[in-house]
Design a protein around this ligand. Structure first.
Ligand SMILES: Nc1ncnc2c1ncn2[C@@H]1O[C@H](COP(=O)(O)OP(=O)(O)O)[C@@H](O)[C@H]1O
Ligand SMILES: N[C@@H](CC(=O)OP(=O)(O)O)C(=O)O
Length: 556
């Protein structure tokens, strides 16, 4: 069967056919400049990959390489012909703006200007809730549990949210009615919580969803008002299918083709900038609204990037990119210009608030560069995250601190053999559904830390810990150590001896005792566990040594 190349953007679209196993195809075009194609799976319209090609010098011959056998139809999606100005019908990138970037009418105006300052992009926009709206919604929910139905309308956070969204709509010159329906339902929901006197995880997700549903509606209405055609989407209506783990749901594979189809089809039939709610999804069993964990809009953005096979994913924050450490701990933190997906994922997983822990996965799978930029300072270069980068000069990239970690020291009572011991220890955690973060182990003992985010998102924390200890004590002597911190040194594994030497020098001169250390064979991360009270001071001292002194000095 022959596959074909359809040029859908041209007035008289030429079609090229080629055998299914074709890996390279020459097509002759009378038109100049740049061509780019997207390869679609005809079964579900999901994009396999984008193919961009430049004119080969003067010849106007283009070489199309496709994975023959995988690609049945290649459809022309974009045709930039300066001379003819023909239709451009492919979305190019995704731009995500976090809460701080859309905190007020003024910020929304600036974001609109920023989007329009990229006239060559046809972006998908992902927005978080305005400012601290998510926190306020959660607080309102907690107050509703105990305040009584008649007092709901007096909840301070509810009134703050109403006022913020009304004021923003007024200042942007869009109708309040764009959010009024949501504000009414929100109040009813809080009354329901007050009546039931309980706030389940499922209700929490529904409650916080109002933040993103309202910010995107206001912003889309504003773009339309200033003459930029935009269309609002609730992620849970366009195919973001997740597990039913309320407050911490995982995105399921079915999301990619569904989201690609919906956004592509709408764009092709009636182009309008898509404005999508970050953070939200729909549970595949419950059909209820789910959330992807705090900061989950980053993951929404990278999921869309992969689904549509976009050229770039941009996440716009309130800092000049990923920094050498948390600026709240040390104000001299500096932007890191380049990171690999692996480094960024470790950094996010070990607690750098700047990126959602799971957000690098779709970008890495789709091999789509992620750019972290500052919406308050758009000229700053930001951080570019890609599959590979030049590591020849890299030593340490960033220092990350995760506080309030629980550590367990487990020493075998030798009731079990070596294999049996470790297997039993980990099966206890598996049975209780508790994630383990950092592990250091010998034949008869193991030290490990428990993921605080997984613990804090649950109730019965202390009971669970007691239960873990009780189970472990059947085979081991257990020491439970709370109030610990993990300091993660994200860097070049090839230089691990240098990093360790310098790190321990710093720690010794600061009188800090490291309680556990872990480094994987191929990992970009060295983890040190110290007491909470010493952690910030350690980060600052490590930062001065690694980032504020010349590295040759380090070798003395
Ligand atoms: N290593 C780091 N690099 C950059 N920012 C960090 C880092 N660690 C913590 N942060 C904090 O993360 C914040 C940005 O993340 P977040 O609040 O989720 O942004 P947004 O809401 O705009 O998506 C910064 O304001 C900063 O305080
Ligand atoms: N609004 C959600 C989702 C999110 O991603 O927010 P932000 O981009 O502001 O971190 C939260 O606060 O968790």
């Amino acid at each position: 069967m022959a596959a074909s190349l359809r040029f859908s953007g041209l007035k008289t679209p030429p079609t090229y056919s080629f055998p299914k196993q074709t890996t390279s195809l020459q097509c002759h075009s009378a038109s100049p400049t740049l061509l780019s194609f997207a390869a679609f799976r005809p079964s579900n319209s999901s994009i396999l990959r984008n193919i961009s090609l430049r004119r080969c010098c003067e010849s106007r011959v283009f070489r199309v390489c496709c994975q023959g056998g995988n690609v049945d139809v290649i459809q022309r999606n974009e045709f930039e012909a300066a001379s003819s100005g023909e239709a451009e019908n492919q979305l190019t990138c995704v731009m995500k703006f976090g809460g701080s970037s859309v905190a007020s009418a003024e910020r929304m105006r600036e974001v609109a200007d920023l989007i329009l300052s990229f006239p060559n992009e046809r972006p998908v926009i992902v927005l978080s809730a305005m400012g601290k709206t998510t926190n306020k919604l959660l607080l309102a929910g907690e107050k509703a549990v105990s305040c009584g139905v008649t007092n709901v309308d007096a909840i301070e956070e509810l009134n703050f949210i109403k006022d913020l969204h009304h004021r923003t709509a007024d200042e942007l010159g869009v109708e309040r009615s764009i959010v009024d329906g949501h504000l009414e339902v929100l109040e009813q929901l809080l009354k329901g919580i007050a009546m039931m006197k309980e706030l389940t995880l499922r209700t929490k997700d529904y409650l916080v969803s109002f933040g993103e549903c309202m910010s995107t509606r206001i912003f889309a209405a504003y773009l339309n008002k200033i003459g930029v055609k935009a269309r609002q989407y609730d992620a849970f209506e366009i195919g973001f299918i997740t597990t039913d783990d309320f407050t911490n749901a995982d995105i399921l594979e079915a999301t990619y083709p569904a989201v690609a189809k919906r956004l592509n089809d709408d764009w092709i039939s009636d182009p309008a900038i898509p404005i999508v709610t970050g953070f939200l999804g729909k549970g595949w069993r419950s059909s209820a609204i789910t959330t992807l964990g705090r900061g989950g809009s980053d993951l929404t953005a990278t999921t869309i990037g992969k689904a549509l096979g976009l050229r770039e994913i941009q996440v716009w924050k309130d800092v000049d990119g990923v920094l050498t450490c948390d600026p709240n701990i040390y104000q001299h933190a500096e932007p890191v210009p380049y990171l690999t997906f692996e480094e960024a994922a470790e950094l996010a997983y070990f607690g750098a608030q700047v990126l959602h822990p799971q957000s690098m996965r779709p970008a890495r799978e789709g091999d789509i560069p992620v750019r972290v930029k500052n919406s308050y300072n758009p000229n700053a270069p930001g951080t570019l995250i890609t599959r590979n980068r030049d590591m020849s000069k890299a030593v340490l990239t960033s220092i990350v601190l995760k506080r309030n970690v629980t550590m367990l020291d487990i020493v075998s009572t030798r009731m079990l053999g070596q294999f049996g011991f470790l297997a039993k220890v980990f099966s206890i955690f598996e049975d209780l559904g508790i994630s383990v973060d950092v592990v250091a182990t010998s034949e008869v003992s193991t030290s490990l830390t428990l993921d605080p985010s997984k613990l804090w998102s649950r109730e019965l924390i202390q009971q669970e810990l007691d239960h873990v200890v009780e189970e472990l004590e059947k085979i081991a002597v257990v020491n439970l150590l709370q109030h610990r911190s993990i300091i993660s040194l994200i860097g070049n594994v090839q230089r691990s001896s240098l990093i360790l030497e310098k790190a321990f020098h710093v720690l010794r001169t600061n009188g800090v005792n490291v309680q556990m250390i872990s480094q994987g064979a191929s990992k970009v991360n060295i983890s040190l566990i110290v007491h909470d009270t010493e952690a910030e001071q350690c980060v600052r001292a490590l930062h001065s040594t690694f980032f504020e002194s010349d590295l040759p000095e380090l070798d003395q």
